[in-house]
Design a binder for this molecule. Sequence first.
Ligand code: FUB
Length: 307
Amino acid sequence: MKSVLLLLGLCASALPARAAQPIAQRFNADPSPHYFATARGGGFYLYATDDASNSGTYWDSTSWRLYTSPDLQQWRDAGAPLDVSVFKWARPDAKAWAPDAVARNGRYYFYAPIGGDKIGVAVADDPAGPFHDARSDALVDKARDANAGAEPIDPQVLVDDDGQAYLVFGTRVPKMVRLARDMIHLEGPIQDIVIEGFPKDDPKKQYGEAPFLHKRGSTYYFSFSTGWPGQIVYATSRTPTGPFRYRGVILDYLAISTNHQAIIEHDGKSYLFYHDALLPGSGDHKRSIAIAPLTYTDEGDIVQVKP
Ligand code: FUB
């Protein structure tokens, strides 16, 4: 463990000196990074949309990809821990988009948008799988659940310090719902997330997709993409449910139609994961995940990342 921490210290200072590098030579997108302490030891697990297996004309891959790393620098392609066939209720050609994962109750829960109108939850004893459907139906279903929104995609989960888990998701209108302690049932109604204070002189500052809720100290940070193409921006609140107040830009527009971020903190340092067009042959549907150091001012503002 000590050697992992030492390596992290080294790589955190090394990250700013490098131009943006893809974490793999395989197209991937929509990062969901985590540090998981397993029985085998601790390590980073990065779940992703698998752009390598899509048609190149749409985000129509049907499986997710996993990458692992001891140090955030060297990444190993750990294959496809699951695909949409895990969810028997999903159409076989359902699109597998931006996922998230959470360690809880000694197990690993995987939240998966399926086909643009449902979110499924799978569970495994190991972060590399095998995963199986934790229910026999969707966790969120546009046709079943009130206020699930037009497109319930991009699920992300924050487990707060008091143990309450919050699922955020959605396109164009950000949504939030509490999860039960078993992590596989909704608790209470799905609510719209309110974001106040968007700059009035910029109509493009709005919620698009890629919701991500994280906590630093007693502040809740809600980041998201403003659209297509999108900037990654953020808003903050003193409570997990908001309302959130717009604060600023984390990552400017990239030469790509989507932008999707995740933020993790490890060993006292923060990292922004995002995707960009970084490999030969890149395009809107062939993206690559990269990592950048993320810093905060003394006032808690996020310093804009310039890859
Ligand atoms: O990968 C498909 C979609 O593109 C994701 O669900 C969005 O967040 C955008 O990155």
